[in-house]
Design a protein around this ligand. Structure first.
Ligand code: NAP
Length: 242
């Protein structure tokens, strides 16, 4: 039923994760927010509560398996169940391979790939015990269209798509799996890009970016399908994005 779910969201302190949390809480879902920045988490969670919504939060670095497990355990301890897990947190310090920013490569693998895997590891036993659940991951159109400077980022997002499709097949009949492929979205994601040329390219993209609420609406749509209907993949991008 719409607005009655317990939903844990990683990367919920800004951008898409924040929009997903606010959108779901506004219609009555109970949201559990995870991210690394305490002040931003408390701001978003506090504002949701002040608006009459139900929210709790926990500091979570998705690169750490124990912290993702703790987010899920906190959710179950607080609300007695977990209906939806949104693996949204992502790192985007993109740049050309020959810049040899190998620490950035490692970060993207740790956050974008392993972070999603730790989410799967944490929710599988919970969903199995409940006999239901919904795992939603945020990939990117970069998984489908690779451009120079985004090789590692695109590779991590293609990995997310492959892992989630494998998960969907393995748990068919038990719980639902949805992968989102957003295009340019107006968030803070370009802040961590060191390469001046790429930052300028992203700034140009920002002119056509869609609001993060567009992604939140798609998450709500996927959740709201009847239990017997699983939305596997959704690609959404600004109409102006080529
Ligand atoms: N914006 C776009 O155009 C676009 C397009 C396609 C896909 N995406 C994907 O959308 C997702 C959300 O990104 P966004 O655009 O909303 O960017 P954003 O505004 O920068 O938000 C990123 C969120 O992830 C959190 N985060 C970063 N590293 C984390 C970690 N290790 N553990 C836990 N939380 C972490 C951040 O909070 P803390 O720093 O406090 O942890 C923040 O809440 C990402 O997976 C991204 O790859 C973005």
């Amino acid at each position: 039923m719409q607005g009655s779910k317990v939903v844990a969201i990683t990367g919920a302190s800004s951008g898409m994760g924040e929009a997903i949390a606010r959108t779901l809480a506004a219609r009555g879902d109970r949201v559990v927010l995870g991210a690394r920045g305490e002040a931003a988490l408390a701001r978003v969670g506090g504002e949701i509560r002040a608006a009459g919504g139900e929210a709790t939060w926990r500091l979570t670095d998705v690169a750490r398996r124990d912290e993702v497990s703790a987010l899920v355990a906190h959710t179950v301890a607080t609300y007695g169940r977990l209906d939806v897990f949104v693996a949204n947190a992502g790192a985007m310090p993109i740049g050309p391979l020959d810049a040899l920013a190998v620490d950035d490569w490692e970060l993207m693998v740790d956050v974008n790939i392993k972070g999603v895997l730790w989410g799967i590891a944490a929710v599988l036993p919970v969903f199995r015990a409940q006999g239901s659940g919904h795992f939603i991951a945020v990939a990117s159109t970069a998984a489908r269209k690779v451009v120079p400077g985004m090789a590692v980022y695109a590779g991590t997002k293609a990995a997310v798509a492959a892992i989630c499709e494998g998960l969907r097949q393995e748990v068919a009949g038990e719980f639902r799996v949805t992968t989102l492929f957003p295009g340019y979205t107006a968030t803070n994601f370009a802040d961590h890009v060191r390469d001046d040329g790429l930052r300028a390219q992203l700034a140009a993209g920002a002119a056509i970016a869609m609001p993060p609420e567009a992604v939140a609406a798609v998450v709500a749509f996927a959740i709201d399908q009847p239990e017997g209907v699983s939305i596997g993949e959704i690609v959404l991008r600004p109409t102006a994005q080529g």
